[in-house]
Design a protein around this ligand. Structure first.
Ligand code: PLP
Length: 406
C-alpha cells in the first residue's frame, strides 16, 4: 500500500547550490553572506523589523524572554495549547507561565481570557499563531499597550500569514519563527527572532552573540569586543543559512502549494462536516493563513484514537497534537492556570492532523479517500450500535448514504 507520511522535508530550489557556494566562500561559522541574506529576506516578508536568525525558534523565544528582562516574580500569559518552548523560555528566566484558555474556533488565545488573567505581576503576553492563523493578534496588541505589557508572537507556524493584510510577526515587540523541518520554510533546525521594538535591537544582537558586542566590533562601531551582557550562542552556521536562503527565495510558491492542499481538503471533507461527522478548521475573520496545517476535530478522544489507528492501517500518518502544558508535570510545577481550560482540554483530546507538505502531490487523493472511508465506516458503526439495531432504525438510510458517500 502507498505510504503517506505526515510530513516530508523537500528540496524546493537552490538549496544544494547555495550550500556548495557557502563551502566555497570558506566561512562555515555563522553571520556570513547567507545569514545576512536570510535576515534581509525575512525582514522583507514580515514587513520591517530587525531579523536575527537563530538555530531554532526555541532559541528565538529564549532571546525574547531575556530581552523582556523576565525574572522571578514575573508572570507571562500564554496558551496551554502550544509547544513546550513557549513556556520553557519563560521558566528558564525564573518567571511563571500563566496558562489561559483558547478560543474554540481559532484555537488561539482568547483575548477576553487574557484580559481577565492580568495581575500586577504580568509582564508579557505570548500569542501563538496556531496552524498559522494570527487570530486576535490586533486585540492582544491593544491589551498589551493598555497595560504596559510586552507582546511576544510565537509565530513558529505563521511565516507568510497575515491579519488584515499585515504580516504575522509584525504586531509584537518581538516575534519568533521556526524553520524546523515540520514547518513551511525549513532548514532542518532553524529559527528567527524579529525585533520590532527599536529599543531592543542593539541588545538582541549582543544576547545572540554570547553577550558580547562582537557585531558592533565587526562593523567598526567599537574598537575592541568584550563581554557586556548575558547571552548565549543562538546563531546557526552558514550551511544552515544557505539551505534556508534557498527556501526563502520561493516562500510564496511554498505557501501557494500548501494552500492548494488546504483548499482541496476543505472541499473534499465539507460534506462530511455538514453531516456532523467531523469539524474542519474555519476561515477566520481578517486572517490569511499560510496553509501550515489541516486538522479535524473529532467527536471524542476515542473517535480520534480509532481514526488514527485506521489511517495508520492504510499507511497514512495522522498525528494528534499538543498535550496541554498546564496538565504536564513541568507545567504543574512551574506554571499556573487562570480560569478553566475546558476548550484546551477538549481540543487536545480531539484534534488530529492530516498529511501536509510541499511534495504531497497526488497522494492527497489517497489521504482523502482513506479518511472519507474511515469516517463513513465509523458513522455506519455508530448507526448500528446496539440500541439502534434493537429498534431497527437507521440501517437502510445508512447503507444508502454509504453508497453515495464513499
Ligand atoms: C515548532 C514550534 C516551536 C519550536 O520551534 P523549533 O524551531 O523546533 O525550536 C515553538 N512554538 C511553536 C508554536 C511551534 O509550532
Amino acid at each position: 500500500m502507498n505510504k503517506v507520511p505526515f510530513n516530508k522535508p523537500s528540496l524546493v530550489g537552490d538549496e544544494i547550490k547555495y550550500i556548495r557556494d557557502a563551502v566555497r566562500l570558506g566561512q562555515l561559522a555563522g553571520d556570513g553572506t547567507y545569514t545576512e541574506r536570510c535576515q534581509k529576506q525575512i525582514s522583507k516578508l514580515v514587513g520591517g523589523g530587525d531579523t536575527l536568525i537563530s538555530h531554532s525558534c526555541t532559541a528565538a523565544l529564549e532571546m525574547a524572554a531575556i530581552l523582556c528582562d523576565l525574572g522571578p516574580g514575573d508572570e507571562v500569559i500564554m496558551p496551554s495549547f502550544t509547544f513546550v518552548s513557549t513556556a520553557n523560555a519563560v521558566v528558564l528566566r525564573g518567571a511563571v507561565p500563566v496558562f489561559v484558555d483558547i478560543d474554540p474556533v481559532s484555537l488561539c488565545l482568547d483575548p477576553n481570557k487574557v484580559r481577565a488573567a492580568i495581575t500586577s505581576k504580568t509582564r508579557a503576553i505570548m500569542a501563538v499563531h496556531y496552524a498559522g492563523f494570527p487570530a486576535g493578534i490586533e486585540t492582544l496588541a491593544d491589551i498589551a499597550k493598555d497595560h504596559g505589557l510586552f507582546l511576544i508572537e510565537d509565530a513558529a507556524q505563521a511565516l507568510g500569514s497575515r491579519y488584515k493584510g499585515r504580516p504575522a510577526g509584525s504586531f509584537g515587540d518581538l516575534a519568533a519563527f521556526s524553520f524546523h523541518e515540520t514547518k513551511n520554510v525549513i532548514s532542518g533546525e532553524g529559527g528567527a527572532l524579529v525585533v520590532n521594538n527599536p529599543a531592543m535591537a542593539e541588545r538582541a544582537e549582543i544576547i545572540r552573540e554570547k553577550g558580547t558586542n562582537r557585531s558592533q566590533f565587526f562593523r567598526g562601531q567599537v574598537d575592541k569586543y568584550t563581554w557586556v551582557d548575558i547571552g548565549s550562542s543562538f546563531l546557526p552556521g552558514e550551511l544552515i543559512a544557505a539551505y534556508l536562503a534557498a527556501q526563502l527565495d520561493v516562500e510564496p510558491a511554498i505557501r501557494a502549494r500548501r494552500l492548494s492542499v488546504y483548499d482541496a481538503y476543505t472541499e473534499a471533507f465539507s460534506d462530511l462536516e455538514d453531516r456532523g461527522l467531523v469539524t474542519l478548521p474555519k476561515a477566520l475573520p481578517d486572517c490569511d493563513g499560510n496553509g501550515h496545517m489541516f486538522y479535524f476535530l473529532m467527536k471524542s478522544q476515542n473517535a480520534r484514537q480509532h481514526f488514527i489507528q485506521e489511517m495508520k492501517a492504510r499507511g497514512i500518518g495522522t498525528p494528534f497534537h499538543y498535550v496541554p502544558l498546564h496538565s504536564a508535570p513541568a507545567g504543574r510545577r512551574y506554571g499556573r492556570t487562570h480560569g478553566s481550560l475546558t476548550v484546551t482540554d477538549q481540543v487536545s483530546e480531539t484534534l488530529v492532523r492530516l498529511p501536509m507538505f510541499y511534495d504531497l502531490g497526488s497522494d492527497i487523493e489517497t489521504v482523502i479517500s482513506a479518511a472519507t472511508e474511515v469516517l463513513e465506516l465509523s458513522w455506519l458503526a455508530s448507526l448500528h450500535s446496539p440500541a439502534q439495531l434493537l429498534s431497527g432504525a437507521g440501517i437502510s438510510s445508512a447503507a444508502a448514504t454509504n453508497r453515495s458517500g464513499v
